[in-house]
Ligand binder design. Sequence first.
Ligand code: GLY
Length: 395
Amino acid sequence: MPEEASDVVVIGAGLIGLSVAWRLAADGIQVTVCDPTPGTQTSSVAAGMLAPVTEVEYGEDALLALNLASVAAWPGFAAELEALTGLPAGLNRTGTLSVAYDVDDAAAIRRLAEYQRRLGLEVEELTGRETRKREPLLAAGVTAGVWVAGDHSVDNRQTVAALLRATELVGVRLIRQRVTRILTTGTTATGVQLESGDTITAPQIVAAAGPWSAQLEGIPQELLPPVRPLKGEILRLRVPEAYRPALHHTVRATARGFAVYLVPRPGGELVVGATTSELGYDTRVLAGGVFSLLRDARMILPITDELELVESVAGLRPATPDNAPILGPSGIDGLLWATGHYRNGVLLTPITAQVIAETVQTGAVPELAAPFLASRFSEHGQADGSAETVPKVAR
Ligand code: GLY
C-alpha cells in the first residue's frame, strides 16, 4: 500500500480543519488535509452567527472568554483571508437584536440581560417600540428587545470557499478521502490510514473531524473525545427585492418560549435556524423541523410568508458534555484534538486556528485554551486545568 509523509496531517476540512491547515502552512509547515467532502458538512449548513453575548449561557464563563477572544479575532482573520485570496470572507458586522414575543419571553431576555451586564458585557435593553424602530418589519406583537452591538455574523459558505482557496495558495495538500485509523507505535501517533488503505506518516496529527471525531479507530476507547452529533435543521429563504432588507441585523428571538434566529445576508438571503435534536447521525430534514422554524419565524417576522423557501438542510453540531470545545493534547503523543465546537464552530474558527497552530509549533498549549483540554473529562484530568505539553513540529 502506498505510503506518503507530511509534517502535519489534519483530519477534517471544515472551517476548523481548513483554518488550522492554512495557519500552519502559511508558517512553512508541510500540511496534508484529509476529508471525503471538504467544506460541505456542518461548516456549510450553519447560519454563521458570531454571538458570544447573545448566546451566552448561565455558568459558562470560561467558554465566554474564549468566544469573546474569537469574535475579536474575526475582523483580522477575515481581512487576512481576503488579502490572500481576493475572495470575500463573509464577515457582516451588523450587530444583533435579541427580541421577545410575549411577556414571558420578555422576562426571559431581561433576566439574561441582567446576567450579561453582571459579566460586564455591553447590552442595551429596548422597549417593543424601540425594537421595532430598529427593525420595522418585526411583528407588532414584539414586546421587548436587547441590542448587542458586538455580536455579528458571517456568510460561512463564503468563508469555506475562501479557506479552500487559501489552503491551496499556501500549498496544503487536500486528499478527498476519509481517515479510518490513527496509526500508532506504543502511545505515539505516527500517521493515518485512509479508506483506500493508503497511509500518510506524520509526526503530528490534528483531528478536526467535528461530530465524527469519536469514530476514529486505532486509539484506546477511553481517549476518544466525548463528542456526539446534535442535529440542527436550518432554512434559507430569499427576500424579494421589494422587501429588502427584510432585516438589518441578526435577530435572535424567543417566541412563546421557543428560540429561533434569523440571519440576513447582504444579497437578500435570510437564514432561519435552528432545531436541536438528538438523533445520532441522521441528517434528514423532517417536516416537523421545517414547521417549527417557519411557525416561530413568521411570529416574529410576518413577511416570512412572502419569502421563497430556497433550501432546507440539516447539519450535525459536534456537542460535548459541557458545551465547550476540546482543544490540544489527546493523551496520545503527536495527536491533538480541535473538535467539539458545538454551537460555536464558526465563531471559534480564528481562535482555534491560532491555539492549535501555536500548540503544534511551540509544543505548549496557550493559557487561553487550558480550560478546554480533553483531560477535563477523564477521571485523572488535570484538576488545575494547567497546560499539558506536546512534541513540537519545527518549520
Ligand atoms: N449557534 C447556533 C446553533 O447552533 O444553532
